[in-house]
Design a protein around this ligand. Structure first.
Ligand code: BG6
Length: 459
């Protein structure tokens, strides 16, 4: 059983759920603009959460959750990314937060979840220092307008995945050098948010929200162990070491040197980086990654990963491979609950900060029956095994303070559109057919309700 004050919750992001992409003064973000296969749903309507948030929050309150993680869309609040704020967006989200509080649900707010204003992207996006300044201004606007309603802030969703993922999916394409410069700017932007939050909202807490999975070596061969250490440094520790310890990870620095990357670092960064730190860690976890030393050079010069799967490669450093000990989900992601426990233990060993699991869940093909039920035992299995792992980690001394699975309701998957569903609540639409967008709790919803009531799962 987990502690009485354990924070049971659920997670969403704005661009994947809200829709209303051109309403209420919203401008396009890189997510609205990226061109996808015609078969994949876009974000114009998504799950229509922008219009149905009251109904959704009420339904989620029925789970007994204490927290709901949502993200705020930068281009609704400051449509051009810089310049004027949009009063009707501020009023909208003040009502969203008031509705959550009416149901005793604490908002946990991701300030930016992949949806950079397209206007900033057109000027170079995160490769440019001015985007750091724009983000800092946006952070100030959020703290000033919602600081009385929101206690828990998350800076930037998964900057490490923004570095590694197929960048077309994320709405931009950078060169190798630009990619790492953008990563550095994201890390600096986060530090500015820590500083501002602590200055303006001393009662609030703020943390990073990377996607962390401990990287395994493919074998006991010393070169494979080194490959795993390097990919751990690039994928996991570069970001968290900078955020929590204010240092550039040495293996990461060596990797940068050897791949010919020269980061532009300003003298004034030093003080910012070494004096501003998070209060807690938000950790997203879906799968683990296994790598080996690349024996032959491949066609590609450097690695672009399909987000979290095996498609990772960096010449002379590491290459992803299929882990023969693990099963996969319908979308080729390995399922590794024990990997979550290991990941949590290693994170705790390195950083000793309270941890909230801010994303964890199973993307699957769900079917709505004629009597409006969704039987998703596969999702229940996945969530149960990961919760068992969390309970074991807590028993071994890791301060996990909350669990906010992905996702509260069905949403548009970043890679796969509407066909890959994560929700505890079904949203009745398909890729192309919007139907009536009605909400139906899945079996996993009722299961999670019981888990919350019992404060955990059986070991
Ligand atoms: C996380 C993102 O990395 O992965 C979510 O924060 C995303 O936004 C989730 O939905 C699952 O990825 P996908 O591609 O299956 O939607």
């Amino acid at each position: 059983m987990l502690a009485k004050d354990f924070c049971w919750g659920a997670s969403l992001s704005a661009h994947q759920t809200e829709g209303a992409a051109t309403e209420d003064g919203k401008s396009p973000s890189v997510q609205d603009c990226r061109v996808r296969d015609d078969q994949i749903a876009d974000f114009t309507v998504a799950s229509d959460h922008y219009h149905r948030y009251r109904e959704d929050i009420k339904l989620l309150a029925g789970l007994g959750i204490k927290a709901l993680r949502i993200s705020l869309p930068w281009t609704r609040i400051i449509p051009a990314g810089v310049g004027a704020t949009n009063p009707s967006a501020i009023a909208h989200y003040r009502d969203v937060f008031a509705t959550m509080h009416a149901y005793k649900i604490e908002p946990m707010v991701t300030m930016y979840h992949f949806d950079l204003p397209q206007n900033l992207q057109d000027q170079g996006g995160w490769t440019q220092r001015q985007t750091v300044d724009a983000y800092a201004r946006y952070a100030r606007v959020l703290f000033e307008n919602f600081g009385d309603q929101v206690k828990y802030w998350l800076t930037i969703n998964e900057p490490n995945i923004m570095l590694l993922a197929d960048q077309k999916i994320l709405g931009f394409t950078y060169t190798h050098q630009e990619r790492y410069q953008a990563f550095y700017h994201l890390m600096i932007a986060e530090k500015k948010a820590f500083a501002l939050c602590h200055q303006l909202l001393p009662q609030a807490q703020i943390g990073p929200v990377p996607n962390i999975s401990y990287v395994y070596p493919g074998s006991a061969a010393p070169q494979d162990i080194r490959a795993a250490e390097y990919f751990n440094a690039v994928r996991n520790w570069a970001y968290l070491d900078f955020s929590v310890q204010g240092r550039l990870n040495p293996l990461f620095q060596n990797y940068l040197r050897q791949t010919g990357i020269d980061l532009q670092i300003l003298p004034e960064d030093q003080e910012l980086v070494t004096t501003n730190f998070p209060d807690f860690l938000g950790i997203n976890y879906y799968t683990s990654v296994t790598v080996e030393y690349p024996k032959q050079d491949q066609d590609r010069l450097s690695g672009v990963s399909d987000q979290q799967s095996e498609d990772v490669y960096e010449k002379g450093f590491y290459k992803g491979l299929t882990n023969p000990y693990l099963q996969k989900n319908d979308f080729n992601w390995t399922i590794d609950p024990l990997g979550l426990q290991t990941t949590l233990e290693v994170i705790n060993d390195r950083y000793q900060l309270p941890i909230y699991i801010t994303e964890n869940g199973l993307g699957a093909y769900d079917e709505l029956t004629a009597d409006h039920q969704v039987h998703d035992p596969y999702r229940i299995d996945y969530l149960k095994q990961h919760l068992q792992s969390i309970q074991q980690a807590v028993a071994s001394g890791v301060p996990v303070k909350g669990y906010l699975p992905w996702s509260a309701l069905d949403l548009v998957s970043v890679h796969e559109g509407m066909r890959k569903r994560y929700g505890l609540i079904y949203v009745d639409r398909t890729e192309q057919d919007l139907k009536d967008l009605a909400r139906y709790p899945k079996d996993s919803y009722y299961w999670y309700q019981q888990v919350i009531a019992k404060r955990g799962v059986d070991e």
